[in-house]
Write a protein that binds this ligand. Sequence first.
Ligand SMILES: NC(=O)C1=CN([C@@H]2O[C@H](COP(=O)(O)OP(=O)(O)OC[C@H]3O[C@@H](n4cnc5c(N)ncnc54)[C@H](OP(=O)(O)O)[C@@H]3O)[C@@H](O)[C@H]2O)C=CC1
Ligand SMILES: O=C(O)CCC(=O)C(=O)O
Length: 457
Amino acid sequence: MEADSTGSAVGPPAAEDSSSPDVDEDAFAFPRGLLYPFPFPEALSSPSCETLVPRNFKQAAKLLGLDSKLEKSLLIPFREIKVECTIPKDDGTLASFVGFRVQHDNARGPMKGGIRYHHEVDPDEVNALAQLMTWKTAVANIPYGGAKGGIGCSPGKLSCSELERLTRVFTQKIHDLIGIHTDVPAPDMGTNSQTMAWILDEYSKFHGHSPAVVTGKPIDLGGSLGREAATGRGVLFATEALLAEYGKSIKDQRFIIQGFGNVGSWAAQLISEAGGKVIAISDVTGAIKNTNGLDIEKLLKHSAENRGIKGFSGGESIDASSLLTEDCDVLIPAALGGVINRENANDLRAKFIIEAANHPTDPEADEILSKKGVVILPDIYANSGGVTVSYFEWVQNIQGFMWDEEKVNAELKTYMTRGFKDMKEMCKMHNCDLRMGAFTLGVNRVARATVLRGWEA
Ligand SMILES: NC(=O)C1=CN([C@@H]2O[C@H](COP(=O)(O)OP(=O)(O)OC[C@H]3O[C@@H](n4cnc5c(N)ncnc54)[C@H](OP(=O)(O)O)[C@@H]3O)[C@@H](O)[C@H]2O)C=CC1
Ligand SMILES: O=C(O)CCC(=O)C(=O)O
């Protein structure tokens, strides 16, 4: 049987409508109604990041003066898993998908990272994203290594019950290789708390009830208060810390945000609540702009009711491809990787870029923007709020004690503030930009743990 990353059926043609008649899909909706069963997009052109992460890593290794053998051992993933997942579709035909989990490094603790459902998921990208997680958890100084997973599928083209079957089959194939003290998955693009609930349930059939095996779970199953908003809230704290360095505050800035999913919508809401003016937003259905500031509450409602921001009456519709080059102070990419590249970098007008997405800026764009004096807050710091609260969730599960949301948010602020300070210290020490500050910080911590364990020989 052929594995098909788009998930098209193998066998007789599938019926047009693949939604399961006996499942109330609303019952499975993400708290913001963002995911299933949305029509799925054609992605932005998204150059792969497999060369990008090693490039930054190698530069950091050079600045740190790492031994070449240690450098090599830090790059090679601990384990790469590739599994075939075949499921019966609702119409009775079979569909096959390929799932990946790359466990990059565990010198500092259990490997940690999201699981992405997207039609462009491939092994090289998952590999690069897993490596990014290793440096990210080290920048945040949480006791984890790095991992990432994904299934090549279009979640919006699968019904809720098909997604459940796919998630359960994937879990059956990897359950022996993940675990509370080995590798702890979480949501990423195209997955959510419901996906984590299915993984938890399936894993628990083999290993007994194990809430700490995944984070980003529903609260009812041991999820943490504040995890859903955490990446967006972390972006807010990170942005505040950066702007303060320039004598600015959220209140006097105009923001543009690409992506209105988990990360983008929370970032928009929290920035807007903090007095920032969010003047343009895009999702896969289109882009809207209002130079007086978009009403985020109304936009959230519109998006939930209409499955996207298209048609929102509180702003003018603009070409999504021009969103990134619109005039603004702060640009926040919060969707796909590689969206800021040599094609558009010269045209960007933002003074600050906050990388809420993973690897949104390619190295050529990095160079162009740096020459233009644009300040980029790198992903491995800027979006680390999500994995930081995932860590709090794991700690709560292990403690068997639930924190209140105030404590979660206050701890998150402490971690984000400390991360910013540590990153700036490395910038000073190595006379480098923020990206290299974050990379030297993360790589140095992982290298130290590796050497201390005696793994480098
Ligand atoms: N979730 C988390 O905790 C973390 C996520 N990240 C990163 O943040 C990014 C976003 O993740 P997350 O919010 O969880 O994912 P979601 O799947 O919740 O949201 C993704 C958003 O991107 C939009 N999108 C997809 N394609 C395009 C496009 N071509 N143009 C504009 N928008 C597009 C989607 O639109 P639509 O809704 O219409 O499909 C959706 O609004 C990813 O890079 C992820 O790796 C990083 C750290 C943690
Ligand atoms: O919360 C987590 O464990 C991982 C989040 C993630 O995948 C990321 O930060 O890119």
